[in-house]
Design a protein around this ligand. Sequence first.
Ligand SMILES: NC(=O)c1ccc[n+]([C@@H]2O[C@H](COP(=O)([O-])OP(=O)(O)OC[C@H]3O[C@@H](n4cnc5c(N)ncnc54)[C@H](O)[C@@H]3O)[C@@H](O)[C@H]2O)c1
Length: 260
Amino acid sequence: MRLEGRSAIVTGGAQGIGKAIAAAFAAEGANVLIGDINGDRAAETAKELASSGETVRAVRVDVAEATGGQALVDACVEAFGRVDILVNNAGVGSNVRTVDLTLEEWERVVRINLTGAFLCAQAAARHMLRRKSGKIINIVSLSGQRGGIGRAAYGSAKAGLELLTKVMAVELAEEGINVNGIVPGPIATDVGRAMHDPATVAAYKFLVPQRRYGEPDEIAKAAVFLASSDSDYVNGHSLNVDGGFQAAGLMYPLPSPGQG
Ligand SMILES: NC(=O)c1ccc[n+]([C@@H]2O[C@H](COP(=O)([O-])OP(=O)(O)OC[C@H]3O[C@@H](n4cnc5c(N)ncnc54)[C@H](O)[C@@H]3O)[C@@H](O)[C@H]2O)c1
C-alpha cells in the first residue's frame, strides 16, 4: 500500500495505459479521480475498478480546454479533499508526414498532448504548492526522443512535454514537488493500434531489443514508483520503459548466446 491516503488524478484514465495506472494506484491504496473526454467510458472504468472495494471516481473533462485542468483539480479536491498526484496521460496519436500536415492537425495534437498537460500540471502545482508536496508524472513518448516518420506533430508535442517536465521539476524542487516523465515503448492500446500499421509493428519488433510490445501494466508499475515516496530524490527525470529502445544503437540479429 505505497500510496495509502494519497489522492491522485489520472487524465485519460478511461482506457489503455491510463486505466492501468488508475488500477495500480487504487490497488496501492490511493483515491483516484479519472478525468477523460469520454465521460461514459470513464464512469464505466471507475465503476469497474471500484467494484473491488477501491475508491475511484470519474469526471468528464477535455484537457485541451483552458479551464480543464483547474476543473479536474477542483473535482479532486471536492471528492477527496486534496491532490497529491497528477498523471498527465491523456493524449492522441497522429501519423502524418510533415509536408502533408495541416495546421489544424498540428494545432489539435499539440493542444491536447502538450498544452493540455501544461494546463493540468499548472493547476495541480498551484494546489500542491500550498502543502509543499506533490508528484506530477507526464506520460511522454519515444516519438519525442527520436525523429520517427509521421511524428512531426505528436513527437514535437511530446518533446515539448519532456522539456516542460524538466523546467517544472527545477522550478518546484524546493517546494517539495517532484515532476518526472515516463517514456513508454510501443504499447498495444488504441493509440498504439491507430498509429501502428503492420510496417510500424514490424519495425518496432526489430528496433526494440526485447523484441516485443510492452503491456500497460508495465507502465503502471513505473508510475507507482514515481508517485510514491520511493522516488523522493528522483526529479526532472524521464524514465524509459521501452524494452531497451532508447539504449539501442547498431542492431542486427545475433546468434544465440554461446553459439558464436
Ligand atoms: N500506446 C503507445 O504505444 C504509447 C507509446 C508512448 C506514449 N503513449 C502515450 O500514453 C498515453 C496513453 O495512451 P494510450 O496508448 O493508453 O491511449 P488510449 O487512446 O488507449 O487512451 C487515451 C485516453 O485519453 C483520452 N483523451 C484523449 N483526448 C483527451 C482530452 N482532450 N481530454 C481528456 N482525455 C482525453 C481518451 O478518451 C482515452 O481514454 C498518451 O499520452 C500516449 O501518447 C502511448
